[in-house]
Design a protein around this ligand. Structure first.
Ligand code: GLU
Length: 581
């Protein structure tokens, strides 16, 4: 970022601190939080101030995001939480990804022998996976938290009941989904006015969601997975309550699907990069494996001695190769024996790195490699597929929290598309996900729909340690661009030496083994872009904002810096318990 932009950002940050607490950058001591929502960050700090730990505060922030950012996330969806436990000095992860109902078959999205149109699949009962978020929160609190549902949901209940003024970003998201919400009266009642998106400045209350959170506070996790609320979810998914004249496909979810839903506590995926120990989300998220494979490819280049353009060229090429492997091999590990050890082996990276042309971009999509010789057990190879990857949406939210004792949470959760399936559970105030469209629609592929399976994800909550201590956390929303946002931010921070706020603010480029690279508006005409075009890089002609990252940096002087977005998705919100200038 140039100096002027940086100064204006800082001034902007200071001005917003003066007007209200919303600033994307904060440094200090005690706990810290960064989310995309001012109210959510405040909920985390409130819980920390009440003596809760980072896990308690992360759930409080997430529940608040379910109110203020309901199109990205909520209890109708699922997610992945990575936690550094200071006392045990170890990292664990909680997978609460949605599962396909037991009645699911590989032809879930096939109609008349053909793949269903993506948008038709999204706005239907078929796309809804069994929601995992509430089970995930419960697992997190019971195992690693110190507070009850009742305590951590209180700040979110307050926001849902009192309401909040929606901003332009919120209204734009509704406008983009008017058609989807109009199909479902319960969604239209919340987010539309006379069939049109509610306007910026509108005070939005969600008493139904407040009531749902209260129910969870009173009766605990079972109130979501059994009883009237579970029945309402199943009814909505199987017989979607639509506007007159609208009909959408229903599913065959059962009460048993909900009652049987389990979150998984999994070991993180681990790798090293230039002296850092990186911990990320294992399968069924492809995030950790893909970022770490790309970093292994980059590790063989002396990036510190190179120009920014050269580093960025290599970043794009490494991402291309890693995505070819991701698309070919990665899926739910309970269904598919994916060659993760091979993909993450440094020797495999050495072999695959030879495919990178340091002076010119690949001419188009590249093939997946063969990681099997680098597996400990190379016996049963999957056949890599070279099919064009399934379209994926680009939404979700990421938050990160630390506490005074050194615990750190990096948490990404979602309902998939903006507004998920578009179906609000009547009387309960939350949107249901469309996560099952993250499956590949056509067999054979490791990531096809199967009963009880979790669709492959891109979510990449990541915690980095250095010398055994937390160094930084990072994560982002954005569908499959999550992976490139996390990768690029790590390269910006570690290799290009940018402070984390600059690393996050820098223009994003997302190369996911396509013919062109996705970029953000205004980028193509910059000198930075031209230097990459000179190396054969090509841009997509529909630039769009990419991601909305949040990070924490643990500084050598014992302070922590919380960093959110300075200009994407509105402006994010970073706070520390005790600010320090
Ligand atoms: N469904 C996506 C995933 O799990 C996340 C949605 C998004 O970020 O847009 O990877």
């Amino acid at each position: 970022m140039n100096r002027l932009l940086r100064i204006s950002l800082l001034l902007f940050a200071l001005a917003s601190t003066a007007a209200h607490a919303k600033t994307p950058l904060a440094r200090g001591t005690g706990g810290a939080a960064a989310t995309i929502s001012e109210q959510a960050t405040q909920s985390a700090i409130t819980i920390l101030d009440q003596g809760g730990n980072a896990i308690d505060a992360a759930v409080a922030a997430a529940a608040t995001l379910g109110v203020t950012d309901p199109f990205s996330c909520g209890i109708g969806g699922g997610g992945f939480m990575v936690v550094y436990l200071a006392k045990d000095r170890r990292v664990i992860t909680i997978d609460h990804r949605e599962t396909a109902p037991a009645a699911t078959t590989p032809t879930l999205f096939i109609e008349d022998g053909k793949e269903m149109e993506f948008d038709t699949a999204v706005a239907s009962g078929l796309s809804v996976g069994v929601p995992g978020t509430v089970r995930g929160w419960d697992e997190a609190l019971r195992r690693y938290g110190t507070m009850s549902f009742e305590q951590v949901l209180a700040p979110a209940i307050d926001v849902a009941e009192r309401g909040f003024r929606i901003d332009a970003n919120f209204s734009t998201l509704v406008a983009r989904n008017e058609g989807k919400f109009a199909r479902f009266p319960a969604a239209a009642a919340l987010y539309l006015q006379n069939g049109k998106a509610i306007r910026p400045g509108t005070l939005l209350r969600n008493p139904d969601l407040a009531g749902t959170y209260r129910l969870l506070g009173r009766d605990g996790v079972d109130a979501f997975y059994e009883g009237p609320l579970a029945r309402a979810v199943v009814d909505t998914v199987n017989r979607p309550p639509t506007a007159p004249g609208v009909s959408v496909r229903g599913s065959r979810m059962t009460l048993a699907d909900l009652a049987n839903y389990e979150a998984r506590v999994r070991l993180p995926v681990h790798s090293t990069y230039r002296g850092y120990d990186l911990y990320g989300m294992p399968l069924p998220s492809s995030g950790g494996v893909t970022v770490f494979e790309a970093l292994n490819l980059l590790e063989g280049f002396d990036l510190a001695s190179m120009s920014r353009a050269q580093v960025e060229h290599l970043y794009l090429e490494a991402s291309r190769l890693a995505f070819a492997d991701r698309d070919a091999y990665l899926a739910d590990p309970e269904f598919v024996d994916a060659p993760v050890a091979g993909l993450l082996s440094k020797d495999y990276a050495t072999q695959r790195r030879a495919l990178i042309d340091a002076s010119h971009a690949a001419s188009g999509p590249v093939s997946a490699g063969d990681p099997y010789p680098f597996q400990q057990d190379p016996s049963q190879p999957l056949r890599p597929t070279t099919r064009v990857p399934q379209p994926e949406s680009a939404h979700t939210t990421h938050l990160t929290v630390s506490d005074k004792d050194g615990n750190v949470v990096a948490y990404t959760f979602t309902i998939e598309d903006w507004g998920g399936s578009g179906m609000v559970v009547p009387g309960y105030g939350f949107l249901l996900n469309n996560e099952l469209t993250d499956f590949d629609f056509t067999a054979p592929h490791p990531n096809i729909p199967e009963a009880g399976k979790r669709p492959r994800s891109s979510m990449t909550p990541t915690i980095a340690l250095k010398d055994g201590k937390p160094a930084f956390s990072i994560g982002s929303p954005g569908g499959s661009t999550i992976i490139t946002t996390v990768l690029q931010t790590i390269v910006n921070y570690i290799d290009l030496g940018m402070p984390m706020d600059q690393a996050i603010d820098a223009p994003r480029m997302s190369q996911r083994n396509g013919g062109t690279t996705d970029i953000e508006p205004g980028f193509a005409s910059t000198m930075q872009a031209k230097a990459l075009v000179a190396r054969g890089q090509r841009w997509s002609d529909q630039p769009e904002e990419i991601g909305a990252a949040n990070a924490l940096v643990f500084n050598a002087d014992g302070t922590v810096t919380a960093v959110s977005e300075g200009h994407r998705h509105g402006v994010g919100s970073a706070q520390v318990q005790t600010p320090k200038r």
